[in-house]
Design a protein. Structure first.
Length: 384
């Protein structure tokens, strides 16, 4: 790729896609290696891996890691969270696994939750909070199923619990008093944060300037080509982030690039990315989760891939075009199909409910490779 001779440099979409796929680890077979160490390396590189409750197939966090680690095992994530303690759960734009080494960038958010109460937690009384903390402090880590002395209440939300203690546990989690020390499916074991990690206290909260640098560096590492929106996805720090990007441009640490179709939306890359030779992903096939980092930022996905993902899990059945949980299929550097899959765990089968081809993809040349990927995906889905 030639170096820019003027500003902004016009970056072809094909090159932008390849840079992003390289940054995501989706253009190579095993970019993070294998085994438990690969899981830690993948989370560290991506910055976070989103957790979601939908389990019509394997849940998103396992699926995202499998897409980058062919030999991934669910036990590897448990090893990282519960034994090695190299990852922890907290909120990014959604509940996610985050490298423990990045904890200090989230401590400020934990303390802000301590100072102001979300509407979701207004029903939690100080007594409720003291009760769950005292129980964990004296009796050890627990799940919500271990609490059997609550006076049950009516649900005020479909995702709520009749046990008041559940919301108290969640509030203590967001305040950094508790952490999820183990997860089995969606059943979480809560432990005192400091006791789980063997700390006397939480790490010192990073100053705001460091947090901004962290967010920008994370985006550059996992996206390659960044915009203000992609670096601050669902984050209110855009004005400050714009100033940071401007300062890095002045120091020639970032180069502005122009993408076809982006309009006034600006993008930047590190200068060395324009020197690097980034080959395409060849014929690699990835069946991606709708919560994969490549898919979640819908506007960015549409700009780079000319593909607009439609998430239909909450769409009435009669209005669905692609299926309840349609999965984008990436072949090389193109999204060519959508597969609506369901794991029948009792019959030990992966059910293909709908196959939708996209665009002008060569169906004959892609089908065989996608079917081979489906067989591998089935083995992962049904592995005990």
């Amino acid at each position: 790729m030639p170096r820019p001779t003027k500003t902004p440099f016009v970056l072809a979409k094909s090159d932008a896609r390849r840079i992003w796929l390289r940054a995501q680890g989706l253009d190579r077979t095993a970019p993070f290696g294998d085994g438990p160490e690969a899981t830690c390396a993948a989370v560290q590189h991506l910055g976070y891996v989103q957790i979601d409750t939908i389990n019509v197939i394997e849940r998103s966090h396992h699926h995202i890691l499998y897409s980058r680690i062919p030999g991934y095992r669910r036990a590897d994530l448990r090893q990282a969270q519960t034994v090695d303690k190299t990852v922890f759960e907290y909120w990014t734009h959604a509940l996610s696994y985050i490298p423990t080494a990045d904890m200090r960038f989230y401590v400020g958010a934990m303390k802000r939750h301590w100072q102001r109460r979300s509407v979701w937690f207004t029903s939690v009384t100080p007594a409720d909070l003291r009760k769950v903390l005292r129980r964990i402090r004296t009796q050890g880590a627990l799940t919500i199923r271990d609490i059997d002395d609550d006076v049950l209440v009516e649900k005020d939300h479909a995702w709520a619990s009749r046990k008041p203690s559940k919301r108290a546990l969640q509030l203590a989690f967001y305040r950094g008093l508790l952490t999820v020390s183990e997860r089995k499916g969606m059943l979480k074991t809560y432990e005192l944060m400091t006791r789980h990690f063997g700390w006397d206290r939480l790490p010192r909260a990073a100053p705001e300037r460091d947090i901004l640098n962290y967010l920008l560096d994370r985006a550059l590492r996992s996206q390659g080509v960044v915009s203000l929106d992609s670096a601050c996805y669902l984050d209110p720090r855009k004005p400050a982030m714009a100033r940071l990007i401007e300062s890095r441009m002045r120091r020639k640490e970032l180069v502005p690039v122009e993408l076809a179709g982006a309009g006034k939306l600006q993008h930047w890359v590190r200068p060395e990315m324009l020197d690097a030779s980034v080959d395409g992903a060849g014929d690699l096939v990835h069946i991606l989760s709708p919560f994969d980092p490549l898919i979640t930022q819908r506007k960015r996905l549409h700009l780079f891939f000319d593909y607009e993902h439609r998430f239909e899990a909450y769409v009435p059945k009669e209005k669905r075009l692609f299926g309840y949980f349609a999965l984008p299929v990436l072949v090389g550097d193109d999204i060519v199909a959508l597969l609506d899959l369901k794991a029948d765990r009792e019959q030990q089968k992966l059910l293909l409910q709908r196959w939708t081809w996209l665009g002008k993809s060569s169906r004959r040349s892609h089908r065989k490779r996608i079917e081979e990927a489906l067989h591998r995906f089935e083995r992962f889905q049904l592995a005990r």
